[in-house]
Design a protein around this ligand. Structure first.
Ligand SMILES: Cc1cc2nc3c(=O)[nH]c(=O)nc-3n(C[C@H](O)[C@H](O)[C@H](O)COP(=O)(O)O)c2cc1C
Length: 183
């Protein structure tokens, strides 16, 4: 058997093969409530039927203003968690493992009511200037990542992935261009 199709473990997570679906935003939450739709059940279910060992969901926001767009998934409330549980159960039924990618888009949150970032610097001319986060707000976002991770666990997800790239909030903190803080 090829290495690609052989068993693998990541920590305690056991995978039937090494084929992993990377997270890909689908912008399919048409009613803007962050809740999975029939599209997502078909989209991820198809990959499980195709024998992907580990499916990682698209960027899933830890709070409403953390969405990249208003059509993204969220995991900031229990209605969202309850639908995730159904998705996780169906993916497990089909024999694959599933993780949830947690994200906050920071200054790249296109539809945020109040976009926030480490510093009040816009991504480019097409984005609004974000408000500089206070320490209390930073702690609140950290807590929201924790609460979303707990909901993922309660939904039965096999793992979470924290999005630290692509210019979103965590990446903004790591960037000397986006982060001019001195505290
Ligand atoms: C339509 C689309 C949506 C994507 N959305 C996400 C995302 O939500 N989160 C993420 O970390 N990467 C996202 N990516 C990046 C992919 O996960 C992946 O890293 C990238 O396509 C490179 O994969 P490759 O090296 O296998 O070509 C997206 C890519 C595409 C094409």
């Amino acid at each position: 058997m090829s290495l690609l199709l052989s068993n693998a473990t990541i920590g305690q997570l056991e995978l039937k093969n090494r084929v992993v679906m990377s997270p890909m935003c689908m912008y399919e939450v048409k009613n803007e409530d962050g809740i999975l739709t029939p599209f997502h059940f078909a989209h991820y279910g198809m990959r499980a039927i195709s024998q992907v060992g580990l499916i990682i969901t698209e960027s899933t926001a830890v709070e409403p203003d953390g969405r990249i767009t208003k059509n993204d998934l969220g995991l900031w409330n229990d209605d969202q968690k309850n639908e995730f549980k159904k998705l996780v159960d169906s993916i497990h039924y089909l024999g694959s493992k599933i993780g949830i990618q947690l994200n906050h888009a920071g200054r790249k949150a296109e539809n945020a009511v109040n976009p926030v970032a480490p510093s009040a610097i816009s991504f480019n001319d097409e984005f609004r200037t974000p408000a500089e986060l206070t320490i209390n707000q930073i702690n609140e976002i950290i807590n929201n990542f924790g609460k979303a991770a707990k909901r993922a666990e309660n939904a039965g997800a096999d793992m979470v992935e924290i999005h630290g790239a692509h210019g979103y909030l965590l990446h903004q903190f790591l960037s000397a261009v986006a982060n001019h803080r001195t505290d």
